[in-house]
Design a protein around this ligand. Structure first.
Ligand SMILES: Cc1ncc(COP(=O)(O)O)c(C=O)c1O
Length: 459
C-alpha cells in the first residue's frame, strides 16, 4: 500500500497527462494507474480487474500483452535493438514489414512503398510533406494547401494540428502553419447545412467542390481524411461519400491521403477502412495504432510507388530525400508490426471484428431509448454514443462535456474503461478479440451508467 500511495503522489507531482486539465486532475479523481494487461482486461494499482472497452487508445487490436508480439520484440531486441535507416542503411524487420504491407492492398493501387514512424502524427506529417514535395518537383510549387474536414483528427504536430478540424486543439496555438483549409464533414446527425440524408444530395460533398473552386485546384496538394472520423465523435460517411470524393480529387489533380490510423487493421470489420466503399484508391496512407497493437510505438506511411519514384527522377541528385526521424524504420517496432499482422491474419480477427462489431452496434442501438442518447453510430468495433439535452434541438447537456465525462467515470467505477470526446460523445472500441460476453459487459455497464447520469444531470 505504501508503494501504491507513493506512485499516486509521484504521478501528481511529476507526470504530465495529455488531454487532462492540470487543476481538474488535482481535484477530480486520483490518477488511474494501470499496472497489468492481458487480452481485453487491464488491472489497476488497487488490484481491480477492468474491461478495456477502448483498446487503450483505439490501438490494442490483438489484445494486451500478446505473447507472440512479446516474443518477436524480445528476439529482435536481443539481436539488434536499434539501427538507423538513414543513408540507405536498413534492418531485416523494416524491409520485411514494408514488403508485407505492399502486398496488403489492391495491386492496381500501386501502394508498394512504405516507411515507418513512431505513430500517427508522424505518419501524417510525413505524408503532408511528401505530397508537397511531389507537386513542387513538377514545378507546381503553388500546389501546397491541405484540405481536411471539420471534426477530423490528424495528430499533434504543428501541421497535423492545423489539419485537425476539432478546433479546441487550435486554441492558443497561433500562429499555426498556413495553407490548411477546412471543409464540411459528413456529420449527418448534426448536419451543418440542416439537411437530411439522402435528400441532402450530400451537401458536404458539394461543399468540398465549392471550397476547391474558391481556393483554386492549382493551390491544393492533398485532401487528408479519415475513412471514419474517430476522435471527432466516430462519424462514418454515407456510402457514396468516398467514391465521390475520389472522383473530385482525380478531376482536380489532388492527392487523397487516407488517415487510417484508427480504421486500419480490422477496426471497422475490413482490413482497411477504405475497403468498405468499393475500394477507394488512396494515393497515400497513414497508419499506426493497430499496426503494432500499441505494444511498441509504430506508424507507417504507405505511398503510391510512382509518387516515391517520381521524387527520384525529378529531385537534384545532390539533394537526398530531406525527411527522416531518428526512429524511422525501427527494427524492434517493425518486428512488433510483423508479428501483429500475422496474429490478425492467423486468428481471423478482421472477420471476427466484422461479426462481433455488428453485434456491438446492434446492442448499442438499444441505448437510444434514453432521452439523453441522441445518436448511436459506428462501424465494426468502433462506436460512439452522442449525448444531448433534448432530442429535438440536439443541444448538449449543460455544462458542456460534463455528461460524457460523467459516463466515463461511472463506467470506470463499474469496471469498464471507455473514453469521452470533446464532441459530447463517449467512444467505444474494444480489442478485435473481444467476444460477445465482453461486449455485453461493456454495453450493460454503459446502459446502467446512462441511467445514473440522467438521474444526476437531467432530473
Ligand atoms: C485518425 C488519427 N490520426 C492521427 C492520430 C495521431 O496519432 P498519434 O497519437 O499516434 O500521433 C490519431 C490519434 O488518435 C488518430 O486517431
Amino acid at each position: 500500500m505504501a508503494q501504491a500511495k507513493s506512485l499516486v503522489d509521484l504521478d501528481k507531482a511529476h507526470l504530465i497527462h495529455p488531454l487532462t486539465h492540470p487543476r481538474h486532475f488535482e481535484t477530480h479523481h486520483p490518477p488511474r494507474i494501470i499496472v497489468e494487461g492481458k487480452g481485453v482486461m487491464i488491472r489497476d494499482l488497487d488490484g481491480r480487474e477492468i474491461v478495456d472497452g477502448f483498446s487503450g487508445l483505439w490501438c490494442v487490436a490483438v489484445g494486451h500483452n500478446h505473447p507472440k508480439i512479446i516474443e518477436a520484440v524480445t528476439k529482435q531486441m536481443n539481436t539488434l535493438s536499434y539501427f538507423t535507416s538513414f543513408h540507405g542503411v536498413s534492418t531485416p524487420p523494416s524491409i520485411e514489414l514494408a514488403a508485407k504491407l505492399a502486398g496488403m492492398f489492391d495491386p492496381s493501387y500501386n501502394l508498394t512503398r512504405a516507411w515507418f514512424t513512431c505513430g500517427g502524427s508522424e505518419s501524417n506529417e510525413t505524408n503532408i510533406k511528401m505530397a508537397r514535395l511531389h507537386w513542387a518537383l513538377q514545378g507546381k510549387t503553388d500546389k501546397h494547401k491541405i484540405l481536411s474536414r471539420r471534426y477530423s483528427y490528424h495528430g499533434m504536430g504543428l501541421a497535423t494540428t492545423a489539419a485537425t478540424g476539432i478546433f479546441p486543439f487550435h486554441i492558443n496555438m497561433d500562429p499555426l502553419p498556413e495553407g490548411f483549409v477546412k471543409v464540411a464533414a459528413p456529420y449527418c446527425y448534426q448536419c451543418e447545412f440542416d439537411l437530411e440524408y439522402p435528400a441532402c444530395g450530400l451537401a458536404c460533398v458539394k461543399d468540398i467542390e465549392e471550397v476547391i473552386e474558391e481556393e483554386g485546384p492549382e493551390t491544393i496538394a492533398a485532401f487528408l481524411a479519415e475513412p471514419v472520423i474517430g476522435s471527432g465523435g466516430v462519424i462514418p460517411p454515407p456510402a457514396e461519400y468516398f467514391p465521390r470524393l475520389r472522383e473530385i480529387c482525380d478531376r482536380n489533380e489532388i492527392l487523397l491521403i487516407l488517415d487510417e490510423v484508427i480504421t486500419g487493421f480490422g477496426r471497422t470489420g475490413t482490413m482497411f477502412g477504405h475497403e468498405h466503399w468499393g475500394g477507394i484508391r488512396p494515393d497515400m496512407l497513414s497508419l499506426a495504432k493497430g499496426l503494432s497493437s500499441g505494444h511498441i510505438p509504430l506508424g507507417a506511411c504507405v505511398v503510391r510507388a510512382d509518387i516515391y519514384e517520381g521524387i527520384g527522377t525529378s529531385q537534384d541528385e545532390r539533394l537526398p530525400l530531406m525527411h527522416g526521424f531518428t526512429y524511422m524504420n525501427h527494427p524492434v517496432g517493425c518486428a512488433a508490426g510483423l508479428a501483429n499482422i500475422q496474429i490478425i491474419e492467423e486468428e481471423g480477427l478482421v472477420e471476427k471484428a466484422a461479426q462481433n462489431g455488428d453485434y456491438l452496434q446492434e446492442r448499442l442501438q438499444s441505448l437510444t431509448r434514453y432521452d439523453s442518447v441522441g445518436d448511436v453510430r459506428g462501424m465494426g468495433m468502433l462506436a460512439a454514443v452522442e449525448l444531448v439535452a433534448d432530442k429535438e434541438t440536439k443541444m448538449p447537456i449543460e455544462p458542456e462535456n460534463t455528461a460524457p465525462e460523467m459516463l466515463v467515470d461511472l463506467c470506470w467505477e463499474k469496471g469498464v474503461f471507455i473514453r469521452s470526446s470533446t464532441m459530447e460523445t463517449v467512444c467505444i472500441a474494444p480489442a478485435l478479440i473481444a467476444d460477445r460476453e465482453t461486449i455485453d459487459r461493456i454495453v450493460d455497464t454503459l446502459d446502467e451508467s446512462v441511467q445514473e447520469m440522467e438521474q444526476k444531470l437531467l432530473k
